[in-house]
Design a protein around this ligand. Structure first.
Ligand SMILES: [Zn+2]
Length: 410
């Protein structure tokens, strides 16, 4: 009896402890879900490297169930051009600290001769360990090119749009463990800088670290183009995070926030038609004003939206950063149509393309902007060139008719 008497409280104690542990875990999980992964030092994923199978040849990559080694990745980009020389080319955005290439596939339809075909930009994995977007972008390149001439939607999209896809903007972070594995991928670049806290901040203080080579190259690339719409792909949560990141919506609402909500809803709803459990960890709707989730400064999204007249959203595409390779195919199935449809949104901007004044600043597109000299402003009546060479550096408002255009002279 004594044994039983002693055993019972022990068993009860164990049960209580199990409940307490379960409760603690549930509490930690719940609070972890409400934190923005971008805002805190990341928790390293504890996935076994076995879950991250690598393709060491192009042929192994053809089944789309692996991550590419660095050499396979660069060979894939090259092969796109060899297979579809009339539809695409590879640009080098820049070179990372350790000498890896930051590449961009520029895709257009075969008759690219209209002056005002809008330019769209996808860029992924500036946090080197957020691998899902890297894979999805490579597969998107493959699908867009392979479907030209057979898919009506994609053919039409390529014939009306210049599409730029940068699958990997922080290669040193992704291949931190060497060119042959992504198992040791990490968030930071080779200088241990978080590239998404390293952009000039239009609203606040300069970044702590000097502008990193990866970001410097990215800014120069964007300045050479006239991107109207873009997306910056991340992982660690599933949510469409629209501007601003520097403010809550109460403090400062983005002028396009209603448009962003509608676009985000279409993206999430299309994913949920394939898998209804998706995009639920941050907000039930699957989208959020960045600052309402968590305020950050020196991020890329606000920099590009503010300084370059382009609309960029941050897409968080998987709750797990280093997504296991056996799940990659499912994520493609869920998100690919949304990723294609999002490009199409460039033809349905609420004001920029048609030039209807919807808000006070910069209703016409000016590029390059910021500028050091001549700037071109696109209006519905055509492009007009202005020379700011003799003006002082700073912000200038140029009036075209009654339309103000904000131009930043460097
Ligand atoms: Zn991230």
């Amino acid at each position: 009896m004594k044994v039983i008497n002693i055993a019972l409280p022990l068993a009860a104690g164990r049960r209580a402890m199990v409940f307490a542990l379960f409760f603690m875990f549930a509490t930690i999980s719940a609070s972890a879900q409400s934190l923005r992964p971008d805002a805190f030092p990341p928790v390293e994923d504890t996935l076994s490297p076995k879950a991250l199978t690598m393709a060491t040849t192009l042929e192994e990559m053809d089944r789309w169930n692996r991550y590419p080694t660095y050499n396979v990745y660069t060979a894939m980009m090259q092969r796109f051009v060899e297979r579809y020389p009339d539809l695409c080319r590879v640009d080098t955005i820049g070179v990372s600290i350790q000498g890896r290439l930051i590449l961009c596939l520029a895709i257009t339809g075969s008759s690219d001769n209209d002056l005002y075909r809008p330019e769209f930009f996808y860029s992924s994995t500036m946090h080197g360990d957020e691998l899902t977007g890297f894979y999805l972008m490579l597969r998107l390149c493959d699908t867009l090119l392979g479907s030209y001439g057979t898919s009506r939607q994609i053919t039409s999209l390529l014939d009306r749009t210049r599409i730029y896809i940068n699958p990997l903007s922080n290669p040193d972070g992704t291949y931190y463990g060497g060119d042959s594995t992504v198992a040791l991928a990490r968030r930071y670049n080779a200088d241990s800088v978080d590239l998404n806290r390293n952009y000039p901040d239009p609203f606040g203080t300069p970044p702590l670290d000097s502008l990193q080579p990866e970001n410097k190259a990215m800014i120069a690339y964007v300045e050479r183009h006239n991107f109207l719409l873009s997306a910056n792909l991340h992982g660690g949560s599933e949510v469409m995070n629209y501007p601003w990141d520097s403010f809550t919506s109460y403090e400062r609402l983005n002028e396009h926030s209603e448009w962003w909500k509608a676009v985000s809803k279409r993206f999430v709803d299309t994913c949920r038609r394939v898998d209804n459990r998706r995009f639920r960890d941050v907000r039930p709707a699957g989208y959020v004003n960045g600052g309402d989730w968590y305020v950050i400064s020196n991020g890329r999204q606000d920099y590009f939206n503010y300084y370059h007249n382009m609309r960029e959203i941050t897409m968080e595409l998987s709750t797990v950063k280093k997504l296991a390779t056996n799940l990659l195919g499912h994520y493609w199935k869920v998100e690919s149509q949304s990723l294609i449809n999002y490009i199409e949104e460039i033809h349905h901007l609420d004001d920029t393309v048609v030039g209807v004044p919807h808000h006070q600043e910069a209703a016409y597109k000016a590029f390059p902007n910021p500028t050091r000299g001549k700037v071109t402003v696109v209006t519905p009546q055509g492009a007009r060139c202005y020379d700011l060479g003799d003006r002082p550096a700073g912000i200038h408002i140029i009036r075209i008719g009654d339309m103000p255009v904000k131009i930043i002279k460097l």
